[in-house]
Design a binder for this molecule. Structure first.
Ligand code: NDP
Length: 323
């Protein structure tokens, strides 16, 4: 699937490419699976200008097998995962049978997961783990303590964040706009719910202290309210903008309650942080939870799935079987 520029706008279409068309990077990977993330939805639907040069092969995630390598670190047959590193933005991505990638972008497939499971996790799940790690590094959340809030809970990042936090023993409150997902989120470990509309309304800068920590994939007023409701010394890990990229708040929670806003980026995260996030996932993501939140779809479904994820209609994670 290639994103190109047509009449000044991004347009995605399926195209036949040969190995000679691929970039001259040092490792050739046969792609088994890719995924659908919010960013992929923006890129394919044309609702966001994700590709910074065109033509661009889409797909921010890859799980596959090394076929050829000019790098000592990787040998044919190695199973690898790639998340981010500018794939589908500045570098050709995962919606293709084969891709040539830079050796430093590859992470060995963690032994706990199959290639398909690694993509059920994908960028969304690995980002959820980065958020959990960031909150724990801040050091004020404690298992069994007061509630940890997860916003956009029924989405990809949110579902995996709920499952990881619950497995670690935290009390998880899920914010969702879809009441029909409550049973699903309860099964992942959420014990209370907040209707997302209550977090989307503008509130006072300092509100009743409720969350010991929060993981936010929504942004805008939702993020500001999460910060305003966080307890003294707590922290909010912000990774997304599904509800907006603005931050219409005040400094008061930060300067009067010492609340930290922890920014989380998955794309250029260094390898050490990635390895740690994959360890967190290996130890704390229940494979049954992962199965319950995942659907596997063919490449041909990408155009309609892209519209669905941007409209907030996808529950959990979508794996794309590349064939
Ligand atoms: P999903 O679409 O799977 O999940 C987003 C969820 O946000 C939806 O399921 C919905 O949850 C909620 N939501 C959607 N629209 C709105 C809205 N208008 N107002 C409030 N809530 C809304 O996307 P992903 O999980 O793949 O990604 C989530 C966000 O995180 C995206 O913004 C993405 O760009 C960002 N992201 C950032 C990364 C980074 O490196 N920083 C990496 C990965 C993702 P519900 O139905 O439960 O209300």
């Amino acid at each position: 699937m290639v994103i190109d520029t047509v009449d000044g706008r991004p347009k995605a279409e399926f195209r036949q490419l040969s190995l000679a068309d691929l970039p001259d990077n040092d490792v050739l990977v046969e792609v088994a699976y890719s995924t659908l993330n919010y960013k992929d939805g923006l890129a394919i639907s044309g609702k966001g200008r994700i590709a910074r040069r065109t033509p661009m092969v889409g797909g921010v995630d890859i799980a596959g097998t090394v076929v050829e390598s000019r790098a000592d670190r990787w040998r044919p047959g190695d199973k690898v995962v790639v998340n981010g590193w500018g794939l589908s933005e500045t570098e050709w991505g995962g919606y293709t049978r084969f891709q040539r990638l830079k050796s430093e972008w590859l992470t060995a497939l963690p032994p706990a997961f199959s290639l398909e499971q690694a993509m059920a996790i994908g960028t969304a799940g690995y980002t959820a783990a980065l958020c959990v790690d960031a909150l724990e590094d801040w050091g004020t959340i404690r298992p069994g303590d007061r509630e940890v809030l997860v916003t956009g809970a029924a989405g990809g990042v949110g579902s995996i964040a709920v499952s990881l936090l619950a497995h670690k023993g935290y009390t998880v409150t899920a914010s969702t706009g879809r009441p029909e997902t409550h049973d699903y989120l309860s099964a992942l470990g959420a014990t209370a719910f907040v209707d997302r509309t209550t977090l989307a309304e503008k509130g006072p800068p300092l509100q009743k202290e409720r969350w010991t920590g929060a993981i936010d994939s929504v942004g805008s007023t939702t993020l500001v309210n999460a910060i305003s409701q966080t307890v003294y010394g707590g922290a909010v890990a912000a990774c997304g903008l599904a509800g907006g990229a603005d931050l219409p708040g005040t400094v008061l929670p930060h300067i009067l309650r010492g609340v930290a806003l922890l920014g989380v980026d998955s794309v250029m995260a260094p390898q050490a942080r990635r390895q740690r996030a994959w360890q967190t996932l290996s130890k704390h993501l229940d494979p049954r939870h992962l199965a319950s939140m995942t659907t596997v779809e063919p490449m041909s479904s990408l155009p309609s799935l892209a519209e669905d994820i941007v409209a907030g209609k996808i529950r959990g994670r979508v794996v794309i079987a590349v064939d």
